[in-house]
Ligand binder design. Structure first.
Ligand code: ADP
Length: 494
């Protein structure tokens, strides 16, 4: 398959980016030990080879980040801020190159990739602004005799572990607040999408970040490398985005050294449409919440709960929009949905659908997906989904929507909260008070109210229940890379 934007030869896009080889990939030869292949999910073609780092490399990186941190933490906040502002500007200048890299290795459409670059870059601007606004306090003790001085210090070296679904934004959402706070980091990007992370790393160096302040460790052996990082004496914090299953493993490992931990884990977002919803807006929001990144997004709408009075109309409009989706290479003009990340992911989604259908669900609408090479999953809308079907409870992480109906607000709140997860929820109603009442009743860290998109670097992102610990973005995002220190200052009262 040939894409409108050429993603087959990335050598020009990756020129000067360390740890990447495009020559061997182009020649179709195996570059040998010490390198691993990155492939295009739409074709299976090898895009480039990336350095295979091991446990020793990870430890060296942590030690180097610790050394770099001594100088970085002492720089005036204004200086760190200026560097982050430059990183934002450089990323925006490099918009198309980065978007093309994201599409090439992740498969999402160029439109989604462009939106991701802007979102990712915004974390540098937001935290450049936060960097110069540290907060502390200075208070007399109630009993007298003491002044309490409270301030925040950079926590130290942070190990960052990121997934493939937002190759740029999941990295910058962690790197930006860490650098702003005065920390240095070791980033372990997902093995499926290391190219974008390496390109962002090179941009940071160009912006003035010391090379050792952001060390990137690429590997196909995440379990060993990350375990070594978390055990390393230089590392003081782990910030992870990925599955709940892996998050649990990292929390266990973090416990050994009582590492400060931020976890952004899986979701199972309900998307609730009330009888008084603006259906055009609800369908538009549903498409965004379900199809952005091919549904491979932790805040993706996973369960559509539609009031019985509007269910037929919603299903028809949403279903027709799904059936009309143009599925193809993300770099092609006019593509609405790309492939999913791996053949394994495609198989998992197909099995969820097949099991639901075997249990009585019906595929009401379906788009055409290409056949042949590539990890293709046809976007679908399922109705009559039995409540006990796995697809009604598990994170689908793909372009498949399931619809169930409800008729009472308390009933839908119970349905929405009937999950171990609590990342995002969505609610559509023209009655804002009803929407907010429902939103407050949902057990989730974020709620889209008449909106299919909740993410914003200026707002706190994170989940409750088994969807995670802590918040990223907003002012809380920088706090996560600091620790509070209290100085009790003897203050003899006159
Ligand atoms: P996803 O399902 O989105 O791929 P994962 O949780 O499997 O989510 O992966 C997210 C990140 O965690 C990736 O960088 C991956 O390499 C890393 N990872 C996967 N398994 C482990 C593990 N056992 N220990 C540490 N990191 C892991």
């Amino acid at each position: 398959m040939t894409a409108t934007v050429d993603t087959t030869d990335l050598s020009a896009l990756l020129a000067g980016v360390p740890d990447v080889r495009t020559d061997a990939a182009l020649a179709g030869t195996d570059p040998g030990e010490g390198w691993f292949a990155v492939t295009d999910p739409a074709t299976g073609a090898v895009l480039a080879h990336v350095a295979e780092h091991d446990v020793t490399d990870a430890r060296v990186a942590a030690a180097a980040a610790a050394t770099a941190g001594r100088d970085w933490a002492r720089r005036p906040n204004r200086e760190r801020s200026a560097i982050l502002h430059r990183a934002h500007a450089l990323m925006m200048d490099d918009h198309e190159r980065l978007a093309t890299l994201i599409t090439a290795e992740n498969g999402k459409t160029l439109a989604d990739a462009r939106a991701e670059v802007a979102y990712a870059a915004e974390f540098f601007r937001w935290f450049a602004e936060e960097a110069v606004r540290p907060h502390g306090s200075y208070d007399p003790a109630p009993a007298g005799g003491v002044r309490h001085l409270v301030h925040r210090k950079p926590i130290g070296v942070a190990a960052l572990v990121t997934p493939w679904n937002f190759p740029a934004a999941m990295a910058t959402r962690k790197i930006a607040p860490a650098l702003a706070a005065g920390c240095t980091v070791v980033l372990k990007p997902a093995e499926e999408t290391p190219l974008t992370a390496l390109a962002v790393g090179a941009i940071l160096v160009e912006a003035g970040v010391p090379a050792d302040a952001v060390r990137i460790v690429t590997t196909t052996d995440a379990p060993a490398v990350v375990e070594a990082l978390l055990a390393d004496e230089h590392v003081r914090k782990v910030s992870f985005t990925g599955s709940t299953q892996v998050g649990r493993i990292l929390l266990h490992q973090a416990a050994d050294r009582v590492l400060e931990s931020s976890m952004e884990l899986g979701g199972n977002a309900p998307f609730v449409v009330c009888d008084d919803a603006d259906l055009d807006a609800a369908v538009a929001g549903a498409l965004t919440a379900k199809l952005r990144g091919g549904g491979q997004v932790c805040v993706a709408a996973n369960r559509f709960y539609v009031h019985t009075d509007v269910a037929d109309a919603f299903v028809q409009r949403f279903g027709e929009a799904i059936a009309a989706l143009n599925v193809g290479h993300g770099a092609d003009d006019g593509t609405d949905a790309g492939p999913v990340i791996t053949p394994v992911a495609a198989e998992r989604i197909e099995k969820l659908v097949a099991d639901a259908v075997a249990g009585g669900a019906r595929v009401a609408y379906q788009a055409q997906a290409p056949s042949g090479a590539g990890n293709w999953v046809a976007p679908r809308l399922l109705v009559d989904v039995p409540g006990d079907a796995a697809i009604a409870h598990e994170e689908i992480f793909g372009p498949v929507a399931t619809v169930r109906t409800w008729s009472d607000d308390d009933e839908v709140v119970a349905m929405a909260n009937d999950t171990e997860f609590g990342l995002a929820s969505y609610v559509y109603s023209r009655d804002l008070q009803r929407a907010i009442r429902l939103g407050e009743a949902f057990e989730s860290g974020m709620v889209g109210v008449n909106r299919g998109l909740v993410s914003d670097p200026a707002a706190p992102f994170g989940g409750v229940k088994q969807s995670g610990l802590g918040r990223e973005g907003a002012t809380l995002g920088i706090d996560a890379f600091t620790e509070v220190q209290h100085l009790a200052v003897a203050w003899p009262d006159a």
